[in-house]
Design a protein around this ligand. Sequence first.
Ligand SMILES: NC(=O)c1ccc[n+]([C@@H]2O[C@H](COP(=O)([O-])OP(=O)(O)OC[C@H]3O[C@@H](n4cnc5c(N)ncnc54)[C@H](OP(=O)(O)O)[C@@H]3O)[C@@H](O)[C@H]2O)c1
Length: 345
Amino acid sequence: MASPGVTQMEEQLEQVEDVVEDVFPALVGTVVISALLLVMFVVRVYCRWAVPCPSNNRLDGKTVVITGSNTGLGKATALELARRGARVILACRDDKKGDAVARNIKKKTKSSTVYSMRLDLASLNSIRQFVEYFNEKESHLHILINNAAYMGPKQTTEDGIERNFGVNYLGHFYLTYLLMDKLKRCAPCRVINVVSDSSLTTKLDLDDLPLSKRYDIYNAYSRSKVAQLIHTVEMHRRFFRDVVLSFAVNPGAANTDLLRNWPGFYGNVLRMISRFFFKIPDDACQTIVYCAVADKIKHDSGRMFQNCTRVNYKDYIRDKDRAEKLWNISLHLCGLDKEIPASQE
Ligand SMILES: NC(=O)c1ccc[n+]([C@@H]2O[C@H](COP(=O)([O-])OP(=O)(O)OC[C@H]3O[C@@H](n4cnc5c(N)ncnc54)[C@H](OP(=O)(O)O)[C@@H]3O)[C@@H](O)[C@H]2O)c1
């Protein structure tokens, strides 16, 4: 027979076990939730990490064109470059939105040289009209920032081109082509293509431009970004000797309107993630500003930057034949087939 002391201990042990049984699920729940919150916090800090532009260079007397600058990264970049004294042209497809942003930036920066001009990159005609108007009004162009972008369901441009490719790549190709003489006359000058990290991992299929086999929003967008990255390298090959420097910038994930056209439940989830995890535009635009102002990168033309640092890309992007093919297809789509090959210029 057990002594009274042992029985008492057994009873106490049972009581402890009961308490542990009651508390255990809550304890596990608390640990799991804390771990999840910690992971979310770490991911948020990682995603939002941005290096501020280390250069304080000013752009007094320099003219900058920024496409798609009525919102998001374009608007944040315009504000920063106006603060640095640049004459800033907001090239936007909606006059009212562009004018409102120009007024707002003027007020914030006390600059009197911020203007909005109409440009719809989904229309080759609108691009031509923009360039005509720009050439009439502006005598210089020192920095062109190809920033505007479409990401969304399958659509075509006014000229029948798949919209991601048409707006993000081809529209900018045509715009840059038409502005090249002015850029050359203002050399040294810069062209900055805003790309994304998807441009480093996606392949460019030029044999199915309308994406008739399969359409996927992310792939269609990524394809246009690879084309922009290849375009950056090709511009360097063709125009470096004219001291037109070309840079690609990956701003990283930013909380902007870019996901606005993504439909359905998945779109809502992505927008929620974007609001909580992604960088604010003022932080995400820092590398674009860096490529516009920094002296240090003069010898890095044709390269890609991220967090104000040069990043490498694969040989795929550097492939001359692919770049030449893309260039010729682009000339054809823009009705510029009579272009003289670079080697014969
Ligand atoms: N946000 C990100 O996470 C992220 C990540 C990597 C790279 N990027 C790149 O960063 C750049 C800026 O994007 P964002 O994030 O700032 O997106 P955003 O807030 O959606 O801004 C895109 C801009 O492009 C304009 N645009 C769209 N279609 C146009 C057209 N047909 N003609 C002229 N302008 C047009 C939009 O004008 P409306 O307002 O009139 O539509 C808007 O001003 C893009 O090149 C994007 O690919 C963004």
